[in-house]
Ligand binder design. Sequence first.
Ligand code: PGA
Length: 212
Amino acid sequence: MCLPSGTTPAGIYAEMSRSVRAGLASFQRARVFVLDEFGGLSPDDPGSSRQMLRRQLIDAVDLPSAAFHFLDPGDSDVVRHCRDYDAAIADAFDLVLLGIGLNGHLGMNEPGSPMDGSTRRVELHGATIQSSARYFTHQNLPHWGLTVGLKTILESKEVWLLANGAAKAEIIQQTVRGDISASNPASLLRRHPDCSLFVDADAGALLDNAGH
Ligand code: PGA
């Protein structure tokens, strides 16, 4: 599976950890790939995707350490690094969990990202850089990153798109009711055969009950 870090999935990860502790679930036969990673940080920066996901889930479950795959923007050859990441993913993911950016980004696939994009280096949009400030205790905000591409996300067997809070209400409405367009990458998920959208009451506040 491919998993994001960040605020949105925290509750799901807490439940997954509880299920493993209670003996109801196990990650022993799972493989986990981090969805994206900020560039220009030290590898142990607590705000990096890898460290956040470690704290939120990986350290609390029985995933074998070799089955935790993460992106390393510090690699001297990021092109090869991304190619190797895609090779390690090999087959389609069984499941991708996604948050949504205020501009509809998925992972670090900002508006305008190619639908056939694979894992690669990307520049972050200004709003994304500002919004990432809450993950960090320093002012050195990343302006680029590495991300799994839309092609891999769209090829996943199953996708869960998650959104919490009033700030996401507008982009959720556009994603569900607006045009399917690369200018809102999340809208492309409407073409996916097995994508579920999970919203809390605030994030879903602008959706009416008709259709979908
Ligand atoms: P968040 O980030 O879960 O911290 O709101 C989502 C995103 O920007 O992709």
